[in-house]
Write a protein that binds this ligand. Sequence first.
Ligand SMILES: CC(C)(COP(=O)(O)OP(=O)(O)OC[C@H]1O[C@@H](n2cnc3c(N)ncnc32)[C@H](O)[C@@H]1OP(=O)(O)O)[C@@H](O)C(=O)NCCC(=O)NCCS
Length: 213
Amino acid sequence: MVALEHRKKYYAETLPASEGDLVVEGPVLPDRLKYYSFHEGLVAFRPPEEQQEALIGIAGLAEGRIIIARTANEIVGYVTYLHPDPLEHWSKGNMEDLLELGAIEVAAPYRKYGVAKALLGVSFRDPYMENYIVISTEYYWHWDLKGTGLSVWEYRRVMEKVMSSAGLEWVATDDPEITAHPANCLMARFGKHVPQSSVEKFDRLRFRFRILY
Ligand SMILES: CC(C)(COP(=O)(O)OP(=O)(O)OC[C@H]1O[C@@H](n2cnc3c(N)ncnc32)[C@H](O)[C@@H]1OP(=O)(O)O)[C@@H](O)C(=O)NCCC(=O)NCCS
C-alpha cells in the first residue's frame, strides 16, 4: 500500500467578478471555514449551515482539502477533496492515493464567471496533488438542471469543461451507478507521481465485472 503524508500547501488568487473581486484560496483550515459566512444559495447538496459544517469536517481530515471562493466575508463557492466514502464502491481498494472530488458548487449569482475553473486551478497548483489519482463521479441527479435551465447533455458539457480545465478526463467504467444513465460518467486525473501499482488497483475498481465478459 502507498503511504502518503498528505502534505498541503496553501495557494490563493484573485478573480474579478461583477459583484466585486473574489479570493479563490485553499486548502483552508477548519477555523477559516468557521470564520466566514456561507452564501445562502449554496444549497445543491444540503442546507447551507449543514454544508458549512460538512466542509469544516472535511478540512480537518488528514487527506481532506477544501478550496473556497469568497468575498471579503462570505464563502460563495467551494470544491471538496477526500477519500471516497467508506460506503462507496470506490473506497474498496483502501487506496491512500485516491481522492474524490466530492462536490463543487458556486452560488447562482457568481456562476459563469469562471469561479469553478478557478477553484480547480488553485486546487492543482499544489504539487502534492501529483501524488494522487483524483476522481469525480458525475451523476446527473446531482446537477442543478432546474436552476440553470440546461438539458442533461448541456450540463454534462459544463461539467466536462470544468473538470478538464484541471486535467480530469473521462475514463471508462462498468460501475452500475455510473452506467445507470448515459449522461453519468467517471472522470479521473492521474498525478505524475502515482505509481503503476495504484493505476492498476484503480483499474480493477473501475472494471469490477470484467470476469463476466
Ligand atoms: C457546475 C457549476 C459548479 C459551474 O460553476 P461556474 O463557476 O458557473 O463554472 P465556470 O464559470 O467555471 O464555467 C465553466 C465552463 O462552463 C460554462 N458554463 C457554466 N455554466 C453554464 C451555463 N449555465 N450554460 C452554459 N455554459 C455554462 C462556462 O461558460 C465555461 O465554459 P468555457 O470553459 O468554454 O469558458 C455551477 O453551475 C454549480 O454550482 N451548479 C450547482 C452544483 C452542481 O451541479 N455541481 C456539480 C455536481 S458535484
